[in-house]
Design a protein around this ligand. Sequence first.
Ligand SMILES: [Zn+2]
Length: 110
Amino acid sequence: MPTFGFHGAPAGLATRRQLRAVGLRPGGHGPVAQIKWKRGRRWAALYRLDLAAPVRPMTARRWAAHEAAMRARRFCRGHQGYVDHYVRGPLKQCSTCFSCDTNEFERSAY
Ligand SMILES: [Zn+2]
């Protein structure tokens, strides 16, 4: 495995920490080189940037979960239906129900 000095690493290679800093991770491949410093007492593996993968790839399952979460945030418990904005407050109501004087929240306030 090629070994470089602390500032001698060629372009296109990065440590795991450097990959992480730009939202990447080693993409299923092992280190292709290493850097050593402090006279070889410290070392770090180098990975190829072109083979790096995003930290959190959005798979179909992730998208489905995301969609479900977004849908849940648009369900109003006040009138038991979906609205075009996120529901708010402890009662998860849409703006219409929230501003309505006859809703549970307002009644409990008096
Ligand atoms: Zn509502």
